[in-house]
Design a protein around this ligand. Sequence first.
Ligand code: SF4
Ligand code: SF4
Length: 231
Amino acid sequence: MIITEQKDINDIYEMIKDYNKILIAGCDGCCQPPRSINEAKVLGQLLELKAKTEGKDLKWRAITVLRQCDDRIAATTIRPFIEEYDAIVSLACGLGVVMLNKVAENIITYPAQNSMFGGVQNAGDNYFIQYCETCGSCLLGETGGICPIAGCAKHLKNGPCGGTVDGMCEVGGYTHPCAWIEIYKRLKKFNRLDLFTLYRPARDYRSSTSPAYIPINKDYTNIKEEKEEKK
Ligand code: SF4
Ligand code: SF4
């Protein structure tokens, strides 16, 4: 899931203050904490109040999209509304905002969120945590399922630095575990310390440069076209 944080209401208002009618689009996809219809309505009310303090009557409507990052779902949900509105405010992550600007190209979509990271919800620890940085060359098979790229503050690939104390990382003042101590414990538990001592070359950033493109699996999306081609 994409972990987001809502922008300051004043910053959102600043982006849309010159418009009279805005569409506020929540996203029911993986964006966390939830940014769906209820959050869209609350944002609309806050923006309306903010506009009133400036002597302005802002009209708004809240909707939600199943997944803003899917072009077909985004287009079919958004297009029936766009003629009526001057601008869109998206509560999705950055992917959703870019997608709405693509599928509804004659109206600007503004972001209401800051996208923080792709992460997991670890309710036991009461955190959303970044467990993977999508580096394009997964090492988890050598590290007992704990990622040193996302988990180590210095992105070290060959064991801990000198800053670990009692299993905690110096970065952040010993508040988070050292990823490499966790990796050691995990590999030891499964009698796989042979993996711990492997040499891992420096990260190859070519596998994670932007913009990244991967063809969508033909078997999955283009199956109909393929069948028609064969006829
Ligand atoms: S090594 Fe870490 S950052 Fe890279 S793909 Fe695997 S989990 Fe993600
Ligand atoms: S203490 Fe551990 S997690 Fe922190 S930077 Fe050093 S090796 Fe990485």
